[in-house]
Structures are given as C-alpha cells and as structure tokens.
Design a protein around this ligand. Structure first.
Ligand code: KG4
Ligand code: ZN
Length: 341
C-alpha cells in the first residue's frame, strides 16, 4: 500500500511516502531559525510549516518517483504537539484526502516514535521494551504488538532531551543542545565531574531530570562564576551526558529483565546520542538482550514513522474505517499509564 504521510507537531516539517513498510522518501525540513530564541516559538513554527509543506510534498513525490494519483492513503500526526503546527499538517492532509478521495489515518506522534525503531530493523520482534527519549517525552513502554503497548515508566518532570537542551543553554551552547553536548562529550572525560543519577535506584521505571539541571547550574555558578572556560566544557558535557545515559540505560535494562523481554528499541531525538546507542547496546548484550535503534533520519521528528504505523492500522482495520474528516488535533502530553485509559 502506498501512503503519503505528514508530520508537523513541533519544529520539523516532514513529508514521506511509504510503500509496504518501505520508506520511498522522508523529507525533513528543520526550523533552525528558532535557535536565536533559545527554544521553539509556536506562532513562528506554524507559519514556517505553512510555507514549507507544499514544496516538501512535491519533493517527497519526486524522490519516491510517484505521483499523487498513485497514493492509496494519507497519514498525519494529530497529537501531541503545538496546536497551530498540528493544524497546518492536519488541514493540508484533509485537503488532499478530499481532493483525491483517500482515507486519512490520524496518528499519535508518540506511537510514531515507539515503532520507528522497527523501520529498518526487521529483525526485531515483539515483545520489546521501548525507551522513548525526545525533547518533549521520556518514557518506557512494554510493546506487545502494533496495537498493544503499555506505558510502564515516565519522567516526573523534564524530558531527557529537555535536560540536554537546558543544560546546554546554561553552558552557553547552541539550541538544540543535545547534539552539541554529544559532540563536545566525545572530546571529554566523563569521570571528571560526578553529577547525580536521579532515581537510578527508585525501584520503578520513572525518571527525573530537573535535579540534574539544578545540580549543573549550582556547580557552574560556584566553580565558574565568570563563565565556564572553553577547555573545561568537554569534560562537563561528557559528565552530564554520562549522568543522563546511565539512568536511561539502567532503567531500560531493568524493565527488559523484569518483563522477560529480549529486545530493546530506543527511539526519539535523544536516541541519536552516540553514547546512549553504544552504552545501551553493550550493557544489554552482556545479558543477552538485543538493542535496536532507528537510523538517524527516523530518530528526530519525521513523517516516515507516521506513515509506517499508519499502514499497520490500515491493514488491521481496513480503508473504510478511515474516511472521517472530523478528527481534531490535540496538545495533550503523555499522561496515562495505559494506552486505552
Ligand atoms: O524527537 P525530537 O526530534 O523532537 C521531539 O519530539 O521532542 O527530539 C528532539 C530532542 C532535542 O531535545 C534534542 O536536543 C535531542 O532530541 N537530541 C539529542 C541528540 N540529537 C537530538 N540529544 C542528545 N544527543 C543527540 N545526539
Ligand atoms: Zn518527537
């Protein structure tokens, strides 16, 4: 089945063509101009989506070597995210659905991330433990099939990506801070500074990252009141990254062991982190658990993951179930403990 998928929940506009689980194109345009504000400005984000979406759709078709009339269904992210940004993608998708009389599958962005690790990893079977780490979310899921998953851990405050971004800002690094810390950390000594591994022994699968942010803030104000010298930055970056990754890896592996699951899938923007990818793989392998991570283009927000899971829903429920155009977008963050609660 050939699907056209849209993702516009935050600051990436993305359009993808998916064909029987294979990604024919995955065009992503990142709104780098938010850098100068130190974070995403919602109103500017929706305007930029509006300016980009038409042209990106043309490029997605060109790269997939297909035309709009070849498409059999449409998929679009409808929650959670910035309302204005979600409306741009959703209304554009609805317009195409009307024009070409195509079914349209509303997709939860989180579900897109959960299954994104399977896109180019067909070797990973169910069940698996998914660590979803992005700018907006940090959670652990027990995933039994394409339509059965359960949230078993959640951050109680900041998301891991948010911690990377806020700490990077504190250190005077560019936004988004995760990739900046990752790059600097490769030159640094992760054992030089001992930052807290919050909740690492809490006995559950929940996280907390706001204490780490405060600890780094106090450390910087106390030791470097005039600003952090450039030569110390790599060691701080490496030590911060190790603190975040240690907790993510420990909790995910504990979840896999306690649920007797042999596969771990990491996903979301922070799953691009080189130390997280390496450490999770090594630690899990020590106890015979396999780790799967998405290709880089499927870590960050992307439409391929939206089309990928939409195709599974179409196959399960049939095209006729998706001709309704009265669905709405929603900003709702990840809250419930179970999928259907
Ligand atoms: O999934 P994503 O693109 O958007 C959200 O849904 O939030 O994730 C963005 C987050 C940002 O916080 C960014 O700093 C983080 O992913 N990120 C990284 C890396 N690349 C992106 N964090 C750590 N290391 C990286 N290499
Ligand atoms: Zn995301």
């Amino acid at each position: 089945m050939k699907l056209l998928a849209f993702e516009s929940s935050c600051d990436e506009t993305s359009v993808s063509v998916v064909d029987n689980g294979e990604i024919r194109s995955n065009i992503i345009s990142s709104q780098y101009f938010h850098k100068k504000y130190g974070g995403v400005v919602p109103e500017l984000a929706s305007r930029a989506h509006l300016e980009a979406i038409c042209e990106l759709t043309t490029i997605a078709f060109e790269q997939a070597k297909l035309r709009p009339t070849d498409i059999e269904a449409i998929a679009v992210t409808t929650e959670p995210g910035l309302i204005g940004s979600l409306i741009v993608g959703s209304n554009f998708a609805k317009g195409l659905s009307l024009k070409y009389n195509l079914p349209i599958v509303p997709i939860n962005h989180i579900e897109g991330h959960i299954y994104s690790g399977l896109i180019s990893n067909s070797g990973c079977g169910f069940p698996f433990i998914n660590l979803l780490v992005s700018g907006g979310h940090t959670a652990i899921f027990l995933v039994r099939s394409f339509n059965d998953y359960e949230i078993i851990g959640l951050t109680r405050d900041d998301a891991a990506g948010e911690a990377f971004d806020k700490i990077a800002k504190l250190l005077g690094l560019a936004y988004p801070g995760g990739p900046e810390i990752d790059k600097l950390a490769q030159l640094g000594n992760s054992r030089r500074f001992d930052f807290p591994r919050s909740m690492i022994n809490s006995g559950d699968y929940d996280f907390s990252f706001s204490g780490l942010k405060t600890s780094v803030k106090n450390f910087v104000y106390k030791n470097y009141p005039g600003g952090v010298p450039e030569e110390v930055l790599p060691d701080i970056a490496a030590s911060v990254q190790a603190a975040i990754v240690d907790v993510l890896v420990a909790k995910t592996i504990k979840a896999a062991e306690e649920h007797q699951v042999r596969n771990i899938v990491i996903s979301g923007g922070v799953s691009a982190n080189s130390w997280l990818r390496e450490k999770m793989k090594t630690k899990a392998a020590e106890i015979g658990i396999s780790t799967y991570a998405p290709e880089m283009g499927y870590c960050m927000d992307n439409a391929a993951m939206i089309g990928f899971i939409a195709e599974k829903k179409l196959l399960e429920k049939g095209r006729e179930a998706f001709y309704k155009l009265d669905f709405r977008v929603s900003a709702n963050a990840l809250r419930s403990r179970k999928k259907n609660e």
